[in-house]
Write a protein that binds this ligand. Sequence first.
Ligand code: MRU
Length: 343
Amino acid sequence: MQNINATSMRVLDNRLWILDQQALPQQKNWYPVLTAQELIDHIRALRVRGAPLIGLTASLLLALLAAEGMSRAELTSALAHLLAARPTAVNLMNNLARMREALATADYIDAMGREALRLVEEDRGLCDAIAAHGATLVGPGSRLLTHCNTGGLATAGIGTALGVIRRAHQQGNVRRVWVDETRPLLQGGRLTAWELGELSIPYILICDAMAAGLMARGEVDAVWVGADRIAANGDVANKIGTYSLAVLARYHGVPFYVAAPHTTHDAACANGDGIPIEQRDAGEVTGVSGGFGSCRWAPENAEVYNPAFDVTPAALISAWVLDTGVITSDQVAAGVFRQSLVS
Ligand code: MRU
């Protein structure tokens, strides 16, 4: 397979490498990924994260394993295991459905290699298209608030919501980005802050709880977030804390935008109630750990509730910005998400 160089994944000499997103930005550790189980462990530990990136790394790994000589039966089993690695994000399922089709062909080794590369190339194009559509919604001098990390680290391209912010900044329209730290795993405080710094985009890091006060003072012009799954009625699953931002935005009259590729859309899922929400380890809430060290603050016997995602109802979303264009509430009410977005 040809070499691939993205912000947080590489293919070098037919080997997949991932940048450990748990340790960023304090440490920049690249790890080779040799087996499906290794990738599943990286995904569960959020060393590999971001809905698009997860689907792409899984597809590339399967293609590389096929080229190494893994049998069709072993590949089928590896694919099934990878499918379960991130239950909320539908990109993984969509990408692996295409890899399964390639696996079913006579020349599956070549077909899987071609399909995985196509998915990577497509993802870059999807990010660019989202950015182009989204930037039309960002007016001069905008102060934008974002949650979690939706940038180059989470995709093969420039990102989704963060890609929009990046494009709008290039167009001179971004005064500042308010970066939610994004508890419990601090993807905003560690990853988005790092990416914006690298891109010289002015940002101010805030605790998640500060968004309300900022909106009340009129300091937020729009909220931009990504998505793990968009249901047929327009409900959106995204990183925990997204729903609170949407409620706050509605109360304060601030537009709330969701940016995602069409591979995040799931027409088979009627509404947000049908989106499986991953529950995560209590240790992520009772303390912190990562490249910055570890510490526990909660009592030993503290009970914890730790869903990784929440669902924002369609009624709170101002527009869905996809690679296919900007989708309005009227279009959603008319059923645009009840069918496939691409022919
Ligand atoms: O658990 P994470 O850090 O992978 O959560 C990421 C998000 O919620 C993103 O908004 C989503 O996956 C889209 S990334 C382009």
